[in-house]
Design a protein around this ligand. Sequence first.
Ligand code: GRF
Length: 218
Amino acid sequence: MNKKMRVGVLISGRGSNLQALIKACEAHDFPAEIVVVVSNTPDAQGLERARRADIPCVVVDHRDYKNRAAFDAEMTWALEDAKVELVCLAGFMRLLSETFVEHWWDKLINIHPSLLPAFKGLGVQRRAIESGARFSGCTVHYVRHEMDVGPIITQAVVPIHNADDVGALSKRILEQEHRIYPMAVRWIAEQRVRVEGPRVIVSGYGPPENVLLNPAPK
Ligand code: GRF
C-alpha cells in the first residue's frame, strides 16, 4: 500500500470519536494513521485512549496562552512537527482563529451531532428533540471560518422517536458518528474527496437508494 496519510486529532474531552478513529487505523489496510493527538485540557479522557494506543500526545493548555493566536500557533506547531496532512476535530471545544483555519484549509475536518446546517453550536440533541423534527443525525464537514459551517463530506440520518430524551438520541447519533468519521477519513486518504464550492464530491459513491419515512407505515 502507498504511504499512509498522517492524521492529527484535536480533542478536549471524552474522545469516543478519537477511539473510533484509533480502531479504524488499527486495520492494516486503513489508508491513514494518527500521528499525534493534541488536547487543550490536560485531563481529557481521550488522552488516556491515545496513550493506550501508543500515539504521541501534546497538551496545549489554552490557559497558558495570552490570546487565541498564540494558542493556535502552538497547536499548528505541534501538528506541523508531526508532519500532519489532515487535522480532525473530535470534540474539540475551542473556537479556532482565522489564521489557523486558513493554514489548514481543506485539511481540517469536524464532526457535529446534527444534520447541518440545522442545529449549529451546543445542546443540539436537546434542540432537535424540542423542535419536533422527525430526524436528526451527524455531519462530517470541512471547517470554515464560521462555526459548524463548511462543505459537507457525509451525513448519517437517525430517526427521533417520540419517547426520546437527550441521552437516547445522543447515543443513537454517537453510534453513527463512530461509523462516519473513520469513513470520511478513509475517503480523504484515498483521495476520493473533492471540494467544489459549497459541495463535496466523493468519487466512487452515489446517492442512497432509499427514502426514510418517520413515522413509517406499519
Ligand atoms: C461528539 O458528539 C461530536 O460530534 C461533538 O462533540 C462530541 C465529542 O464526543 N463535536 P467525543 O469526545 O468524541 O466522545
